[in-house]
Design a protein around this ligand. Structure first.
Ligand SMILES: Cc1cc2nc3c(=O)[nH]c(=O)nc-3n(C[C@H](O)[C@H](O)[C@H](O)COP(=O)(O)OP(=O)(O)OC[C@H]3O[C@@H](n4cnc5c(N)ncnc54)[C@H](O)[C@@H]3O)c2cc1C
Length: 290
């Protein structure tokens, strides 16, 4: 197996163009497990850890551009205040060791339906920047990025450069159910993001369908139901209905981590709670501002 170690982004793209079968390696927390278990035997590994640009983030035109190689631990420490939903999800990933190495770029590359980074990206309306030497940059909205179980929209010669995301314009929450509190793959997960400036509610459902996905009917229901002008309370009936609509958007299966029926029930509960927390925060912010 060849080991390719580009030091610039241009060299990384050239290497991927020349060797589309080369498997990108960022934190290695998915790749090395697969190699150790002999689940993959790529012709070459394309180590991206020396490409400095990938480990950087910056802000342009009111949006954050976060390099694919920024590990979860830095995301929490450096961007937790501006990306609270993603930071909450990042805190639930693996252990401190995994959070020091693992990245959102790698999460997107693996495209697992259970990836914890995906629901907050969907809820926030993030856009994934990918690039190839031959065709340049493509910007792919998160809800068009996931194409099937562990399949994403990348072409064989493309690499993930970054994701673009707006600093939270309102409260965001991520909630996950696992069979224990840490080091656990989600049985199901849910993210909500309020966009009060647009009177919009974003959602992301994880581990309850072949791909992470949004719950559009629930988003529309909540956007119409919430009292954006008066910041009045969310009725328990509306919160419950929102949960039912989120569960209705899922297509869960029975597997070792849980049954489809349990996942549907749990999602409805997570979604009801997450929307209630987010709306209550929004109301409290309104009172502080007076
Ligand atoms: C003990 C343990 C616990 C874990 N717990 C969780 C958890 O709680 N939640 C969770 O979501 N995940 C978990 N994971 C999985 C893993 O840590 C995450 O998916 C992580 O985000 C992967 O990031 P990475 O940088 O290590 O990716 P890598 O392993 O380097 O790569 C993952 C995939 O992405 C591809 N890739 C990487 N970078 C790029 C790029 N720039 N362009 C194109 N493709 C790229 C790789 O080729 C590979 O297919 C766990 C893993 C372990 C070993």
């Amino acid at each position: 197996m060849d080991f390719l170690r580009p030091v610039t982004w241009e060299d990384a793209l050239a290497a991927k163009a020349a060797r589309p079968g080369a498997l990108p390696l960022q934190g290695g927390t998915d790749v090395m497990v697969e190699i150790n278990f002999d689940a993959v035997r790529p012709e070459a590994l394309l180590d991206l850890t020396r490409v400095r640009e990938l480990a950087e983030w910056d802000e342009a035109d009111g949006r954050l551009r976060v390099g694919a190689g920024v590990p979860y631990a830095r995301l929490i420490a450096e961007l937790g205040d501006r990306l609270p939903g993603l930071a909450q999800a990042a805190r639930t990933v693996g252990s401190p060791q995994i959070r020091n190495r693992g990245t959102v770029g790698g999460n997107l590359g693996a495209a697992s339906p259970a990836g914890d980074g995906h629901p907050p990206l969907l809820a926030a309306g993030a856009v994934i920047e990918v690039e190839s030497e031959a065709r340049g940059v493509r910007m792919i909205p998160a809800d068009g990025f996931f194409r099937g179980v562990k399949r994403n929209a990348l072409e064989p010669d493309e690499l993930i450069r970054a994701f673009w995301i707006v600093p939270a314009p309102g409260p965001q929450y991520f909630a996950k159910i696992g069979t224990r509190n840490a080091m656990v793959i989600a049985v199901c997960s849910f993210a909500v993001a309020l966009h009060p400036d647009e009177r919009r509610v974003g959602t992301g459902v994880g581990s309850a369908a072949p791909t992470p996905r949004r719950a559009p009917a629930a988003e529309e229901f909540a956007a119409a139901e919430l009292d954006w002008d008066g910041r009045g309370p969310l009725s328990p009936a509306a919160a419950r209905r929102f949960g039912e609509l989120v569960a209705g958007a899922a297509a869960p299966i029975d597997d070792v981590r849980g049954t489809a029926a349990y996942r549907g029930h749990a999602l409805a509960v997570l979604a009801r709670r997450a929307l209630t927390w987010a709306w209550n925060d929004h109301r409290a912010e309104g009172k502080e501002a007076v």
